[in-house]
Write a protein that binds this ligand. Sequence first.
Ligand code: ATP
Length: 336
Amino acid sequence: MAKTRIAVIPGDGIGPEIMQATIAILEATGLEAEWVELDAGLAAIEKGKPAVPPETIDAIREIGTALKGPTTTPSGKGHKSANVQLRQALDLFANVRPARTLPGVKGAFAHIHLDMIIVRENTEDLYAGIEYQPHPDVAQAIKVITRPGCARLVRYGFEMAREQGRKRVTAVHKANIMKLTDGMFLEEFYKAAADYPEFQADDVIVDNCCMQLVTRPEQFDVLVTENLYGDIVSDLCAGLVGGLGLAPGANIGEHCAVFEAVHGSAPDIAGRGVANPTALLLSAVMMLHHLGLHDQASRIVNSVMRVCSDGKCLTVDLGGRANTHEYMVEVINQSA
Ligand code: ATP
């Protein structure tokens, strides 16, 4: 049988460590993949290439599916974020970030089962990268929101909610202040909602949303939102369910998809072999579902749940003592 071709960007910092562990776990399920390794981020810059080399973009476009480690972009040196560039170049308009409680993981909300999905617009907003300085003491950034951009994102959110049998879809915004930009987002949300009558469709202002998330998070189901709010709210949600080491993500476009953890390259722990690979692993699980490989995906999730509820082989970020390799071996053993 032909091997599944998957593009791989190991990434920077803890990226290569967690990628190695993740691929080992994927292969232990019997997945036969041809991994096509590509450069991006600091790894590319150090080879004298741009942060996102054109050949990386072309290869992902051609292969259609990529698993990506976190990338670092040097700050203050005129480099545009590799993540932002990749998402814009491949038009990966929807960033899907589930936040689910894992059994046995300690946290402020460990007693409540949380199961939310944040669907974040991924190409517009203040991330359009239009910043300028008309005067030495004034810097401006432009927030770009387009009607087609809002429409495809909210429709994707409702479609995904339908596919997953969800009940409530909530738009997160600040339309009370940003009447034109967020107002347009909200308008498109309710326009789409009319075509999905099975859902409780409602909206919440982003500051109130954050307050509700840290008091009664269990009320939320699917949150659809713009780029900047989505970035912040999804980190908050990751914190609610045990931290960044557990939070997966998928960047979805019309023609290709890039799967990556919510967290960054964690330079503070890089090279020590102690990073938690679960967020990248659960991103890979999303990738397996995307590829229709549901059995392998379920086996990995069940194994991660067993390892977490058992609690004997947790990584340091979850209060355990296991290193990346030991955790990886345990997940493989538990899925056997
Ligand atoms: P970025 O700007 O790229 O988001 P950052 O430094 O702000 O980077 P992260 O790299 O995500 O954010 O790291 C935030 C904190 O979470 C750090 O203390 C890091 O060590 C920790 N962290 C992130 N990912 C993991 C992981 N997989 N395992 C353990 N700790 C992690």
